[in-house]
Ligand binder design. Structure first.
Ligand code: NDP
Length: 518
């Protein structure tokens, strides 16, 4: 058994109690309320902690291979930590290439002997069953996710878990209608699918990947991130509870290299990866020439563009939600605020006022807006990039919130006077850090928004529908939100351009990625 240093983690905020798209409609606090919320007035929030006991975390977890929990071949384990307290949560198997081989064999067998032979209608039943179990066990999943990742309980409860269940429900509907997904052609599954997922939305990324894969008739070997394995291992229990045939889903925990062992194995016909651009490139290089299908969902540096005619209070909420949701550890986070020069001063003032009301701290508290950063390493990455912003001449502002004594927390951070050449305007920070850039004309906004190596998402805030259509058509981003941000739906495809990767997840397009058709 090996014991390792607390792994890297990072996390960041959300808007006040209002997840995702709902945040855009929330009304910001008036100045007197804002100051009361920030201080110790009678208006201060009392603690509202969710119960940790709902999580039922076991002291040790093995690998989930062929429908059973198995010990790793090398007998090694790693510890997963609670980023909010730095306390160990559980020991988790540290799998290796040998375990990847076992899992792929099980998936291959299951594909040939059971899953691909099953009537599509029967496959759909399993997916519906999984969706129902996720809903029934939603509190347990939400608490486990928050303890393991550091994200606020309100987000895991209201966003991650319901959306994960919704993905299984949505793709269950497709399982017996595949011929309509590829009209005029014959849909076939790839076979064994290898999936590697990140730590920012552990259960949701699992659902984005496993649900369409199973609906299309594939079997799966999935590797969760080392810092957030617990909800994937809990999902293994759901597969057992749903009576899923052995080997259809295999979940193996282990280091990054094991992800590469999965991706490059010749029996794996399709690879799906979400994570950093650097690892995405390595995977693409590793499987080059093998004829595998590949989808990559990588980083981002989204522009959230606010025009002078926008409803400003609504735009403030949208910008807050865009960057502080999940502590900014979101690939599509609106990390670059592009604001029209004529309203920049007023907008930044309102933004600061709103930021002073964000509650940063215990992710298990139902009032918390900004939880813990997922790992120490991610905290250091954020700190290093913020220091570069200061060194390069941008102006830093943070609210006066007090961070907890323990755990990996980072203050919501706003940069103004940012130049496009600054690292904080170019690199993905993956933390609660917003870089503000101004523009004068529509053309300048579009040019600056597209001036990035990434192309995952963007936001437009304006009163004019025609301007939304004009600007959206010219933005090189896979997803463009208008007068809202971070709105997700299983029926809607998600994915990027340029260094944000290729392929789409979600919707019909997300199903196509798991089908070959002749
Ligand atoms: P990684 O890309 O390293 O991790 C994502 C997943 O890939 C994890 O499961 C990881 O495993 C696995 N992995 C790591 N190395 C390899 C490899 N050589 N071959 C196959 N799989 C591998 O992201 P980090 O955790 O290092 O985060 C670094 C940066 O990446 C962040 O700051 C952020 O900018 C970006 N990122 C983007 C995400 C997105 O959603 N687009 C998600 C996460 C990070 P393990 O955890 O065991 O290392």
């Amino acid at each position: 058994m090996s014991s390792e240093q607390p792994p890297k983690r990072a996390a960041r905020a959300v808007t006040r109690g209002v997840p995702g798209a709902l945040a855009a409609a929330a009304v910001p606090a008036a100045p007197h309320v804002a100051s009361a919320l920030a201080g110790s007035s009678p208006w201060a929030y009392a603690p509202a902690p969710e119960s940790k006991e709902l999580a039922l975390i076991r002291p040790r977890y093995g690998l989930f291979i062929d429908g059973q929990e198995r010990a790793p071949a090398n007998g090694e384990v790693v510890v997963t930590y609670n980023p909010a307290t730095e306390e160990p949560l559980a020991e988790v198997a540290k799998g290796s290439a040998e375990d990847a081989d076992r899992a792929i064999s099980a998936a291959d067998r299951a594909h040939r002997k059971s899953w691909s032979k099953l009537a599509p209608r029967e496959r759909a039943k399993y997916l519906y069953r999984i969706s129902r179990i996720l809903q029934e066990r939603s509190r347990e999943f939400a608490v486990t996710e928050t303890l393991d990742s550091g994200k606020p309980i309100r987000e895991s409860r209201d966003v991650d878990v319901p959306l994960a269940a919704a993905h299984f429900w949505y793709y269950a509907g497709w399982a017996d209608k595949l011929q309509y997904a590829v009209p005029g052609r014959r849909p076939e599954s790839h076979g064994v699918v290898g999936q590697v997922i990140p730590w920012n939305f552990p259960l949701l990324m699992l659902a984005w990947k496993i649900a369409p894969a199973l609906a299309a008739g594939n079997t799966v070997v999935l590797k969760p991130a080392s810092t957030t394995p617990l909800t994937a291992l809990l999902f293994a229990e759901v597969c057992q509870q749903a009576d899923l045939p052995p080997g259809v889903v295999n979940i193996i925990t282990g280091p990054g290299e094991m992800g590469m062992s999965i991706a490059t194995d010749p029996r794996v016909a399709k690879v799906a990866f979400t994570g950093s651009t650097s690892v995405g490139i390595k995977i693409a290089q590793g499987i080059a020439g093998q004829g595998k299908a590949l989808t990559l969902e990588l980083g981002g540096k989204a522009a959230n563009i606010v025009f002078e005619d926008a409803a400003l209070d609504q735009a403030v909420e949208g910008v807050i939600n865009g960057i502080f949701f999940n502590q900014g550890e979101v690939c599509c986070a609106g990390s670059r605020l592009l604001v029209q020069e004529s309203i920049a001063e007023e907008f930044v003032a309102r933004l600061k006022e709103r930021m002073t009301t964000l509650r940063v701290g215990d992710p298990m508290d139902k009032n918390t807006d900004v939880g813990a950063i997922n790992s120490r390493a991610q905290m250091e990455t954020i700190g290093e990039l913020v220091a570069s912003g200061v060194a390069e001449g941008a102006e830093l502002w943070q609210p006066g919130c007090v961070l907890p004594d323990r755990g990996w927390f980072y203050k919501p951070t706003l940069f103004t006077n940012v130049a496009q050449s600054h690292r904080i305007a170019r690199e993905e920070i993956f933390g609660p850090v917003l870089s503000t850039i101004t523009f004068r004309t529509v053309d300048e906004a579009i040019e600056k928004a597209n001036n990035t190596a990434y192309g995952l998402s963007a936001g437009i805030w304006t009163d004019k529908g025609s301007r939304i259509l004009q600007v959206a058509a010219q933005l090189k981003a896979g997803v463009v939100w208008a007068n809202t941000f971070n709105r997700f739906d299983p029926t809607s495809p998600f994915g990027g351009y340029k260094e944000s990767g290729y392929g789409r997840e979600g919707g019909l397009q997300g199903l196509h990625a798991y089908l070959r058709s002749s």
